[in-house]
Design a protein around this ligand. Structure first.
Ligand SMILES: NC(=O)c1ccc[n+]([C@@H]2O[C@H](COP(=O)([O-])OP(=O)(O)OC[C@H]3O[C@@H](n4cnc5c(N)ncnc54)[C@H](OP(=O)(O)O)[C@@H]3O)[C@@H](O)[C@H]2O)c1
Length: 230
């Protein structure tokens, strides 16, 4: 693919979240990108010459279509069942919004799509969360993008403004298990949210066509020095 250095435009969905927040900062400091457009329902708390923020209604994403022209779309959107309040509300964010973002991006000739999915994503799973993640992955990978990169992190580590007891407890348990088991359970060991973000930027700049899936242990390896919580 013929892209000039420092000429890329990145579209980011979920830039106010844990992974998305790190991602936006990495993209802003990456010389391959001239503009980072962050789409969200609220503004980030800082400004930057390369940053353009688009506040939009996710129930009416078509109204943001004109802004959705770029090279790479990064999707880090998501909620939890607890926050959403119901399976339907969770599905709307983690499935419908994500699929709509991808569809509009494709129609706008975006070439690369990078998605944060989850460990265990599987359309045939008995677990609702894993099933939804698997459904989304399958829809996005068949849309005809030049390249699709799907990241399947394990439990995320990082500072949140809210408390998520279940995730914290699971991260504590998995840290213990992976400390004892070493590499065998590396795929399941918790991962720093900034490591996921760093891996996304690295992969985007490899400019590799096709569909690629990165399990959590591979994300650890790609992220290298960023695989720690700060
Ligand atoms: N937590 C984990 O341990 C874990 C593990 C594996 C995979 N994942 C997946 O990784 C992805 C990113 O996770 P994260 O923890 O970085 O996410 P996060 O911190 O919860 O951030 C989610 C992002 O989605 C946006 N969002 C949520 N509901 C929305 C709505 N109704 N309308 C518009 N925007 C909405 C948020 O915007 P606001 O800031 O406006 O709310 C935020 O930018 C998710 O898909 C998650 O399922 C998470």
């Amino acid at each position: 693919m013929n892209i000039n250095k420092s000429s890329k435009v990145a579209l980011v969905f979920g830039g106010t979240g844990l992974i998305g927040g790190h991602l936006v900062k990495f993209l802003l400091s990456n010389s391959a990108y001239q503009e980072i457009r962050v789409f969200g329902r609220r503004l980030l708390s800082f400004e930057h010459p390369k940053l353009r923020q688009i506040v939009c209604d996710f129930d009416d994403l078509m109204s943001a279509t004109d802004e959705m022209q770029g090279h790479d779309v990064f999707i880090c959107l998501g909620t939890t069942m607890a926050k959403a309040g119901s399976k339907e509300a969770f599905y709307k964010v983690d499935h419908d919004y994500v699929v709509q973002v991808a569809e509009i991006s494709k129609a706008q000739n975006v070439t690369q799509l990078l998605l944060v999915s989850s460990i265990g994503a599987d359309e045939t799973s008995r677990f609702f969360y894993n099933k939804v993640k698997g459904q989304v992955e399958n829809k996005l990978r068949s849309m005809g993008f030049w390249s699709v990169h799907i990241f399947r992190p394990s439990i995320l580590l990082g500072e949140r403004n809210e408390s998520r007891f279940g995730e914290s407890f699971a991260a504590f348990l998995m840290k213990g298990i992976s400390a004892i088991s070493g590499k065998i359970f590396k795929k399941y060991s918790p991962i720093a949210s900034q490591a996921v973000a760093a891996a996304m930027v690295q992969v985007a700049n490899r400019l590799e066509s096709g569909v690629h899936i990165y399990e959590s242990d591979v994300i650890h390896d790609i992220a290298g020095q960023y695989d720690k919580v700060s």
